[in-house]
Design a protein around this ligand. Structure first.
Ligand code: FAD
Length: 431
């Protein structure tokens, strides 16, 4: 009789490792399967890790985890071709315990995070691809892997295999994602001495800075660019919906080059030494794209369940939180000896009752609205830039006259009614 586990977790990213950790900590026999050479070897993230959901798995993780810098400043840039408007927040309280966010390099962080699950008793096997779920009488009873004699059995299989979850798709939990439900993102890690990073971003010691960049960075397509400071490197990247990339006929690496050479960005990174180039999909379908989350003997977590809040660039935290919620449901199912869809249903209700379901519901129409009304990115951001330029240019024009001219420039293209409609629509999808 082949070996049987209580739980098999497919994928050792933040979702899978969090789930494996909590299950193992509660005495379940857990197998964590990763296709990469080691956890993180195949994983990509801009780099912001959230304290709360990580701490829920490993208390005070910052004392031992391979984090880069605690983020003390969040900047938002709205780019035109040769200008930008900016806003943000910097707070020294974020430089101290318990901190807020951190920058991390996933290849290092994921290895460490999976090791914490192993320390709790989970068995991790790398370089093993799960090919399919084994089913019997409408119930998932294990997984088929690419190893010789590779069938392994469990009461519950957790699908944490990331954005393009072929396993959930093959179970009929979701269809092929549409191009407007995923973003394609390209990024580089640029090596740079710590002192230079601190001087350029106005940082002290190990403080970190995150910059989210909108407007011309994506050449009018729905998406964002980013710059995050590591200890002695900078992560820079850009992504747009796949539909946007198809429409604009721009290739991801061309867009990244464009961003790196933008006059507002170039001074920060021009002499950075390329260390890594990465590209990956991000699930951006939001609330409407969440697939079926539980079945008989199976649950879907993290990116595989499309749990990403693109507007707040939250993904790793939702992955960990969903992993924990799935683990709690599995522990309960074990106590009741009921691994049916009904027996695991508390996972689904936990997701929709938590910040994950509530936040994704709040922004459920945002992507579609901004994608079908491109004026928000390619008309209003340039208008905001020109308005700021006019207002701050001291040329002897009285301020009231300037204000009137600026108001006219906003209504000239779309009319007063059009602008009012745009404002109302934006408020409705963001409220
Ligand atoms: P993943 O991290 O994708 O892990 C899935 C794992 O499953 C991988 O290790 C993979 O190798 C393994 N796997 C897949 N298929 C199989 C199989 N068949 N058999 C065995 N193993 C398998 N989120 C943030 O919170 N902050 C950010 O700053 C941020 N920036 C981002 C920037 C970019 C460019 C991208 C692409 C994403 C970003 N995200 C960010 C999102 C974040 O990376 C994801 O939400 C998060 O990684 C999801 O974790 P996961 O464990 O669900 O999936």
């Amino acid at each position: 009789m082949p070996e049987k586990f209580d739980v098999i977790v497919v994928g050792a990213g933040p979702a899978g490792a969090a789930c494996a950790n909590v299950c193992a900590k509660n005495g379940l026999k857990v197998l964590l399967i990763e296709r990469g050479e080691y956890p993180g070897s195949k994983n990509v993230m801009g780099g912001i890790l959230y304290r709360k959901q990580t701490e829920d798995i490993v208390p005070e993780f910052w004392k031992e985890a391979p984090i880069e810098r605690p983020v003390v400043e969040q900047r938002f840039w709205f780019l035109e071709k040769e200008s930008m408007m900016s806003m943000g927040y910097k707070g020294k309280e974020w430089a101290q315990e318990p901190f807020n966010n951190f920058t991390v390099l996933r290849a290092q962080f994921d290895q460490w995070f999976a090791k914490k699950a192993v320390e709790q008793g989970a068995l991790l096997i790398n370089e093993t691809v799960v090919l399919e779920c084994i089913q019997e009488n409408g119930k998932v009873i294990g997984v088929r892997t690419d190893r010789p004699d590779g069938d392994i059995y469990a009461d519950v299989v957790v699908l944490a295999d990331g954005v393009n979850s072929l396993l959930a798709k093959s179970l009929g939990f979701h269809k092929e994602f549409k191009p407007d439900q995923v973003a394609l993102c390209a990024m580089e890690v640029l090596n740079m001495p710590k002192g230079k990073i601190n001087d350029r971003f106005g940082l002290e010691g190990n403080e970190g800075c995150s910059v989210e960049i909108f407007g011309d960075a994506t050449q009018g397509q729905l998406g964002t660019a980013f710059m995050y400071t590591n200890k002695d490197s900078i992560n820079i990247g850009v992504g747009t919906t796949l539909s946007g990339m198809i429409r604009s006929k721009v290739k991801p690496y061309e867009l990244l080059e464009y961003v790196k050479n933008h006059p507002m960005i170039r001074p920060y990174i021009h002499d950075g030494e390329p260390a890594e180039y990465l590209a990956h999909l991000i699930p951006e379908g939001g609330y409407y794209a969440i697939p079926k989350l539980t079945g008989n003997g199976v649950v879907v977590i993290g990116d595989a369940a499309q749990l990403v809040n693109a507007i707040h660039r939250e993904g790793s935290n939702m992955a960990m939180a969903s992993g924990k919620m799935a683990a709690e449901a599995i522990i309960q199912a074990k106590a009741n000896n009921d691994f049916s869809e009904k027996g695991l249903d508390s996972y689904r209700t936990s997701i929709f009752d938590s910040f994950i379901g509530k936040d994704l519901k709040k922004y459920k129409d945002l992507t579609h609205t901004f994608e079908s009304h491109p004026q928000y990115l390619n008309e209003y951001i340039p208008l905001m830039n020109r308005a700021a330029s006019q207002f701050f240019t001291i040329d002897g024009t009285p301020k009231r006259e300037k204000q009137a001219k600026i108001m006219q420039s906003f209504t000239a293209g779309r009319g007063k009614f059009g602008v009012a409609q745009d404002l109302y629509r934006a408020w409705k999808v963001m409220k």
